[in-house]
Every structure is written in C-alpha cells, then in structure tokens.
Design a binder for this molecule. Structure first.
Ligand code: NAD
Length: 295
C-alpha cells in the first residue's frame, strides 16, 4: 500500500513554469495568481495593449497589497518579474502547464489549443478556462486529449477561492492529479467535476440570473433587487452588479449554451435585459457601462 502511495505521489507532475494564453480579465488574473504564488508564468496574447493591461492590473493588485502591508517591495518586484509577457508561441515551450483563457469562442479556442500542442513538450498539461464550452468538444482539437481538462477560475481571480477542474471523457488521472496539485500551489480550492453544461457553479448561478431577468421584465427596479440581495439578504453583491462583473457578452453567451444544453431546466428568455445590454454594447465593468455606469 505504502509503495503504491509513493508511486502515485511520484507520478504527480510538478509545475515549475506555467503559461497563460490570453491576457484579458481572466488570463491576466490567472497569470498574476500563478506568479504571486511562486510559479514563473508566461502570459501570451495576440495584442500588445492586452499584455500591457494585464501587467498594469497585476501591479495594481500588488500596490493595494503594499498599502495594506501584506506585500513588500521585494515581493512586488519578484512577482512582476516572474510574469513574462509575449506575443510569440515560442515563449511557452518550457511550460509544464498551459492555461487557455482567450475569448469564449469554440472555433478560436480550438485553433489556439491545436497551436499550443505544437509548441509544448509531450507531457505538458493543457487546460481551458472556458465557462461554458464542453471540455469534450474542445478536447477534439488535441492530439493528446488525455493531457487536457478544464480549469475554471472565477472573477476576480485573486479573490475567488474556487477552481472547478473539469474532467473530460479522455482526461487521465495523472492530469487531474497534477492540476489539483497546481491549484493548491496557487492557494486555491479545487473541486473536480464532470463535463456538463455550466459545470457546477454556473449551473446554479444561471437559473438565478434568469429569475432576476424575469423580475426586471415584470417591472422590478434592478437597483432595488440588488439592494435587497446585498444589504438585506447579505450576499456580497446583487445580480445586476454581479452581471456587470461577469460581463454581458460572457453572460449572454453562457445563457445560450446552458439553454441549449439543459433545456429541461433553463430556457432562453424573450427580451432578456442581459441580451439587450449586450446588443447595446453595455458590457459591464470591462467597458465602463452595463446595468450601472462605472467612472
Ligand atoms: P477578455 O475579452 O477580457 O480577454 C480575452 C483575451 O484573449 C483578450 O486579451 C484577447 O486579445 C485574447 N486573445 C484572443 N485571441 C487570442 C489568441 N488567439 N491567442 C492569445 N490571446 C488571444 O475575456 P475574459 O473575460 O478574460 O474571458 C476569457 C475566458 O475566460 C473565456 O473563455 C471566458 O468564458 C472565461 N471566463 C470568464 C469569466 C469572467 O467573469 N469574465 C469567468 C470565468 C471564465
């Protein structure tokens, strides 16, 4: 038994270097969290401004930590130096794990995953931070789907403890063990779930958003609903504010995927205010206006 345990331990791949694809809200946050917990991390995007923004956001979080006395200048410099921004795939060649966090579009993700596999070692682990796309569907883009799984962080990454690790039909036990270990190294709480629409959290969250949208269509004032959920019910934020944090583009897309995937539980809502805001390009915090205006 002891020997078996030892062997299982030896088989768990250590992550000494990570790479994140996409330097947006999530990719930037994941790169920061990986770096601040001691793993040098390459951050790749296709646009220089996105890389600049990712680094600025990391510096902002560290700056707040310094103000609170939780981070010193040495830690700040070390963390920022261990995030390596790049526009080139060649920079991910030594990564033990690659976390894909590009736009929520199955075609783009499929291309990015296939390209990634051509630039990493045979035993590198590849994960997707997708909110809603099937892990089995994305796995079809890879030659070695056993090294692939979902690694779903929540926004804002540095504050949200949970990471959903999504096991595809072909994901190996070794891959899951390594991703669980890396999640713990990042200071996060892993749960392993099977591939299904919405995984666990969004499966619970989206019926709540749908209930909120229907209330608004019935004439409820979204500010009043938020106030009840925050101040009176005691949640950290109400549904309208949470949708602004998630982003109307992401939320609208996710609602569509969930409605198609579990129609017995969730239907698409006619005249959904979330869809209307998305069409009006009121995306939420990311572009300064959603349900609320952000200064
Ligand atoms: P975002 O729009 O802020 O960032 C996406 C980034 O990907 C952009 O910087 C873009 O330039 C980059 N990109 C596009 N194509 C690329 C490519 N081929 N190679 C490298 N970079 C590329 O989006 P986001 O909100 O950070 O979401 C990213 C992923 O995370 C999506 O799959 C989304 O569903 C998921 N997610 C989002 C949230 C959230 O609350 N926003 C939460 C959990 C998961």
């Amino acid at each position: 038994k002891g020997k078996g345990k030892k062997m299982a331990k030896a088989a768990t791949k250590q992550v000494n270097q990570a790479a994140v694809l996409g330097a947006g809200i999530m990719g930037g946050g994941i790169a920061y969290q990986s770096a601040v917990t001691g793993t040098p991390t390459v951050m790749k995007d296709i646009a220089q401004p996105a890389l600049d923004l990712g680094l600025t956001e990391a510096a902002k979080i560290l700056g707040k930590g310094m103000q609170r006395g939780k981070v010193d200048a040495a830690k700040m410099a070390k963390t920022l130096n261990s995030i390596v921004p790049t526009l080139e795939y060649s920079a991910i060649k030594d990564a033990d794990i690659v976390i894909e966090a590009v736009v929520e579009n199955p075609k783009v993700k499929g291309i990015v995953l296939a390209e990634t596999e051509q630039h990493v070692a045979d035993d590198a682990i590849i994960c997707s931070n997708t909110s809603t796309i099937s892990i089995n569907q994305l796995a079809a883009s890879l030659q070695k789907p056993e090294r692939f799984c979902g690694m779903h962080f929540f926004n804002p990454v540095h504050r949200m403890p949970l990471v959903e690790i999504i096991r595809g039909e072909k994901t190996s036990d070794e891959t899951i063990a390594a991703v669980v270990a890396f999640t713990l190294k990042m200071g996060k709480t892993p749960i392993v779930v099977n591939d299904c629409p919405g995984f666990l959290v969004n499966r619970v969250l989206f019926p709540y958003f749908a209930g909120f949208s229907k209330l608004v269509l019935d004439g409820a004032d979204f500010v009043a609903v938020d106030k009840v959920m925050e101040k009176d019910f005691g949640w950290p934020m109400g549904p309208a504010y949470l949708l602004d944090v998630v982003g109307m583009d992401t939320a609208d897309h996710a609602a569509g995927v969930m409605a198609a995937g579990i129609p017995e539980r969730l239907q698409k809502i006619d005249n959904d205010p979330v869809e209307a805001l998305y069409k009006a390009q009121r995306l939420g915090q990311k572009n300064g206006k959603g349900f609320y205006n952000f200064g």
